[in-house]
Every structure is written in C-alpha cells, then in structure tokens.
Ligand binder design. Sequence first.
Ligand code: AMP
Ligand code: MG
Length: 505
Amino acid sequence: MPETLRLMLDWTHRLHSLGEDFFTRLQPQAMPGPAWVGRNTALLDELGWPSQLLGDAGLQALAGNTLLQGSDPVATVYSGHQFGVWVGQLGDGRALLLGEAQSRLGPQEIQLKGAGRTPYSRMGDGRAVLRSSIREYLCSEAMHGLGIPTTRALALVGSPTPVYRERAETAAVVTRVAPSFLRFGHFEHFAAQGRKDLLQQLADHTIAVHLPQAHKHAPAWKGNAYAGLLDEVVQRTARLIAQWQAVGFCHGVMNTDNMSVLGLTLDYGPFQFMDGFDPGHICNHSDTHGRYAWDQQPDVAYWNLLALGQALYPLIADVDLIRAVIKTFETHFVREMGNAMRAKLGLTGTLATDEQREADWLLTQELLQSLAKERVDYPLFWRRLSSAMAHEEGSWDMQAPHWRDVSALWIQPQAFQAWLQRYRQRIASAQPMALGQAMLRTNPKYVLRNHLAQVAIAQAEQGDFSEVDTLLTLLQSPYDEHPGFESRAQLPPDWAAHLQLSCSS
Ligand code: AMP
Ligand code: MG
C-alpha cells in the first residue's frame, strides 16, 4: 500500500457511485526515479488546485509512488470497434482514474496514463513511453490553446524505468484532467454484454452528471431522453470534427474506444497537424487502408456515432428514431465546417443567408483544391493570408511583400491569384485590415507539427526538457507572435518528410 500525500483537494468521485460493474479498484504501480519532464502551472492555476501538486511531494504522487489522500484509483472497463472491427473488451489498460475533484473549472477527473498494469492490460505492460507521452502532453495543451475541446494535461513525469517497444525506451506518466473520460466504448461494452440495466445506469449517470442537454433535446425525439443524449453527442462530435478539419488535424486512430462522449479530443497517438495540404493524408503508419485519413474523419465520426446509436438501441428501442438522430450529424457538420472555414477567411462578421453560405462553401472548396494541387503548407498559408490581409491598405498590389509571401507558397500562383480576385469580390466593402486582424486570431502561427514534437522528444531523451517547456508556452497562445521563436513557425525541414508514426506508444 503506497503512502498518502495530504493535499486540500475536494474529492467528489461521482463516477465511483456507478459501482464495481464499471471499474476495478487498484493501486498504481510504483515508478522508480521519477523526474518532472513538464509541469503545466497555467492549468494548475486555472484549476485552482494546491501548488504542492506540482512540487516535490506531488512528483511522487503523479508518478504513482504515493497516493493523493482521498483519491480512490480505479481502471474502467469499456469495449470498442478498432479499424471498423468489433474487438470486444478493452478498458483502461494503462490509465488509472484517481477520482474526481472540485476545481475552478468545475469537477474534474484526474487520470494517470502509464501508471502500470490493470485487469484490462491484456498483453500490454501498462506503461507509456516518454516519446508518446510528450506528444500527448503537448498536443492536449495545443488543442486547448486553439480553442478545440480536449482532455487536458497537467504534468508529465519521466523515469529511467525501461519500456520495450520497437526499441528500448523509458517510461513516463501523463496526468490527464477532464470532466469525464467516458467513451463511446463504455456504452458499447454494456450493450454487447446484454446488460440493459447497467447500460441504463451509465446513460442516466451521463445525462445527470455531464449532458443535461439531453432533456432539452428529448421533445424533438418523441420525448426520449436517450435519443436526446445521442443528439447531444452527435452535435458535440460534429463541432469537434469540424474544428479538427479546419485546423488540419488528423487524429490517426478514431476507434470507437477513442471517441469521447463529451466531444473532447481524446487519446493522442500518431496524430498529426498537416504540413503540406493533402486531403487524403494518412498520419498513422499502421493505417494501411487510410481508414483514418484526414478527409475520412467526418465519415468515420458518423460511422462511430452509428456504433454508439446501436449501443443505445436497448434504451431508445426505435431504429428509425436512432437513424433520424444520427442523420442530423450531416446538417450540424456542414454548418460547423462552413462556420469554421468562414472564420478562417475572416467572413464571420458578414451576412449569412443560405445562398451566401453556399457561395462561401464553394469559394472555400476552390481554395482547398488549389492548396491540394501543390501540397501548399496548410498552417503557413493561412497565417500568411491573414497577415497579408492585416497589411492590405486597399491597393491589392500582388508585388507588395505581404502578397509575395503568400504567392511564394506556390510554384504556379496563378490559380491562387484568380481565387483571390473572387475573394476580394466576396468581401466587397469590408476593410481587409480589420478582417486580417480577426484572421490572425483564427489562424494560428504555432501548431504542433510532427518535427517540432520530434526535436523536443530527441532532446528530452538526452535529459534536456527545455524544448518541451518552450513548445508548451508557444502552443498555449498559438495566435500570438512570440518574437524570437519564429523557427518553430516555419516549414518542416527535409528530414521531417520521412517521419513515420505508428500506434506504438
Ligand atoms: P489505444 O490504441 O492507445 O487507444 O489503446 C487501445 C487499448 O489498448 C486500450 O484498452 C488501452 O488501454 C490498451 N493499451 C494500449 N497500450 C497499452 C499498454 N502498453 N499496456 C496496456 N494496455 C495498453
Ligand atoms: Mg485509446
């Protein structure tokens, strides 16, 4: 039994009230020689939790060597579809839920990812390697900095403990924080087991604790609160995927067990922010058929929602109703995606009739086609376009440095320049400089490109964690200029073209 660390956390543990059909109580496995790799003091302040949590005593607790007093660690059970195939029981194989505690952001669950084996580890060692943990730590906060719903990362602890993947690596534990880590797979699990009683208990809990909006939606669905629950998940998922698409994010492993019921980005693996724009981009080297390619993500989300809808069938008991709820994904997604792209183009302040939305969508598609044709760097394009607009005084001189910067991203910029003429007609009398200012708050300067993470990882593996810190700071405010750090906002170096990321973590 590990020692306990007394901290003034106000534990609420609402998930625990579901009972032991939903989880297994267990202790974290000790991890010798822990050291801080990253401490997210900004998040600690947001949460209003005691500073000792990121101090010496907290280090042992977040490594799993001591227990936070009042915590009640459990691993939850879930199932899921991986790459479109039902695989049955999975569960928290290496994540341990310490419990739920009050915070200034509302009640938050605290998880240690990589804290050792659980009854759901199957053949795994219950550990996570430093490399993938740095990626999760940084990307969680990058997503949050971009305004995209996500689980958060409070701390990253490394250790010399060896972990064997394709090569020998070392262990690390990420402390994750979220209002809930409930996945589609939690619902699929109890449905597959034929346990309608437990499924209903889980759904009632989810509605009561996390998604009371289900009641608001129910009247549209014959008064069925479970259809209302599905509706809320559909809406949140549509919004999430639209935001991923707009920023050029590929999740890489959109299995149903990695889909958050709260519509959060969850489980960072071989994700990637695209460099050159390629709609069919596959970021996960293990995804040989491109199931999770960037342009497949909306369809996969829909497929995953069908799996959730099927899991909820015993409660909703009306196939047509389930189909109708899920079908609304299309409308929500098209609206959210349209809004997200209009915002990137600085068009949010302007009139939005249906015709205008349709025209804006066509304008966006033409632009994306032009980007795809030459694999133009996606983040740089949007930032340079924003910057050009912010400098444009009305002469629209394509030889001015701010427009030359944009055109330089193409070998043959004529198609882009023709597009720009149509865009100018669209914005009509609007002030380009004002639009540009808004665009600079919408199109980030700093995104966690693979090569940036890779540099931070290589240095951390040599014991230097400074780049992890630097990236965290940049990514927490990605729309700011951060003078002196421009090298982290440039095109990827040539070596990055050969980076391959698999599910190995
Ligand atoms: P993922 O692909 O990371 O979403 O994981 C899929 C399933 O495998 C989940 O049930 C994980 O908990 C489990 N898992 C992944 N890696 C490990 C590991 N090293 N040890 C134990 N379980 C793992
Ligand atoms: Mg997972």
